[in-house]
Design a protein around this ligand. Structure first.
Ligand code: ZN
Length: 383
């Protein structure tokens, strides 16, 4: 099986590369904006493209219910349906099924029975269903169906999830895929290094086009998260793309890249935008704070995004406090730019052999500032 991923440069543990998809190449490391319901909230596809986004996420669980995978299939697949002419990665729905655990009625080796968050109707998700939905959506990358337990559960519960994730990976892989659709496996195991090793061996043994590290940033502390990540990426084949699911705050992105991760997603930039906050070096600022009422500076000095080149903190604060839609749009534009630009800077730094400088810069600004930390942003449904 030839790899759709090619490494173009390395710098320490960091890699730069290109992932070939049915909708074209994606340069890595890459940040993938989250479009849960086939829409990156408040953004048009053309705006995403202008910001440098090259691949977006969509979620099989939500699209299965609304508007329905068959409808999207009939209308040309999720990319065409949403007016985004680039690659799309679909989450299998496993994370939603388990993060909305109060809706699950029965979990066994066959799959998960649960009630829809939309109307309470009964459904049964299995690896076969999850792959069929993603096939109908015609995403470029389909994720295997996995079991993602929350942080803090006992070892037996994590071990059971690892066992089931292995079974489901093999069944996911055996399913047909849309033309040109890549299949990624997901390694689970919480922060238990033995279970991570077991899961990685099982998932790599099944054989996928790329590998995701799931089950991190679900509530655990940052240090064990990074230790687990490092131990896990070392077990993954070097010639396949690696995706750290649900991590995309600036420090997490850079520290993930340092540990050999190529792909990231996070609802952080869009969610922060909708709550009135802007990412700044070292943290974030909340524009609702009265201190910004007379602040004529941009969100971030020197930021090249349309929000920062055209508008002041005072104006954006005014929009936010008056619930003007353009206020949350400007914050979302800036926050997405912040992460997309950081990933682009990482690619350039790796190619130039100076990734350590960028890593030190990001770590330094995180330590020197006293903004609210964004490090604990966890992977929650963006709805
Ligand atoms: Zn900006």
């Amino acid at each position: 099986m030839s790899s759709p991923f090619r490494i173009t440069a390395t710098d320490g543990g960091a890699r730069a590369g290109v992932l070939e998809t049915a909708h074209g190449p994606v340069e890595t490391p890459v940040f993938m904006p989250v479009g849960t319901k086939a829409s990156v909230k408040a953004m048009l596809p053309s705006e995403l493209r202008d910001l440098g986004a090259r691949i977006v996420l969509a979620n099989a669980y939500h699209l299965y219910f609304r508007p329905g995978a068959e409808l999207i299939h009939e209308l040309g697949g999720v990319a065409r349906f949403s007016g985004w002419d680039g690659p799309v990665l679909t989450d299998s729905g496993g994370f939603q099924v388990f993060s909305l655990l109060h809706t699950a009625t029965r979990i066994d080796d066959e799959g998960v029975r649960f009630r829809s968050v939309y109307d309470g109707s009964r459904h049964h998700f299995t690896p076969e269903v999850a792959m069929r939905v993603q096939r109908l959506l015609r995403s470029d990358i389909a994720m295997a169906f996995d079991e993602c337990p929350p942080a803090g559960v006992d070892r037996a519960r994590v071990e059971a999830a690892v066992r089931r994730t292995g079974l489901w990976a093999a069944r996911s892989r055996a399913q047909p895929r849309a033309e040109g659709q890549l299949g990624f496996g997901i390694v689970q195991g919480g922060i238990d290094l033995d279970l991570r090793r077991r899961s990685a061996e099982e998932i790599v043994g099944v054989g996928f086009d790329g590998y995701a590290v799931g089950g991190l940033s679900v509530g655990e502390e940052r240090e064990p998260m990074l230790e687990t990540l490092e131990a896990t990426t070392e077990l993954l084949p070097a010639d396949r793309a690696r995706y750290l699911m649900g991590v995309g705050d600036p420090e997490g992105l850079i520290e993930g890249i340092a540990r050999g991760v190529d792909m990231f997603d996070c609802v952080l930039p869009t969610r922060l935008g909708r709550t009135g906050s802007a990412l700044v070096p070292g943290g974030r600022i909340n524009l609702r704070n009265a201190a910004y009422a007379t602040d004529g500076r941009p969100l971030v000095d020197g930021c090249a995004c349309p929000a920062c080149t055209g508008f002041s903190r005072a104006y954006i604060r005014h929009l936010i406090t008056q619930s003007e839609i353009s206020g949350l749009r400007l914050l979302t534009v800036h926050n997405l730019h912040h992460l997309l630009d950081l990933a682009a800077r990482a690619r350039a730094a790796i190619a130039a052999g100076r990734f350590a400088d960028l890593r030190a810069e990001v770590a330094g600004s995180a330590e020197s500032k006293h903004h609210e930390s964004v490090a604990k942003a966890s992977r929650l449904p963006d709805s």
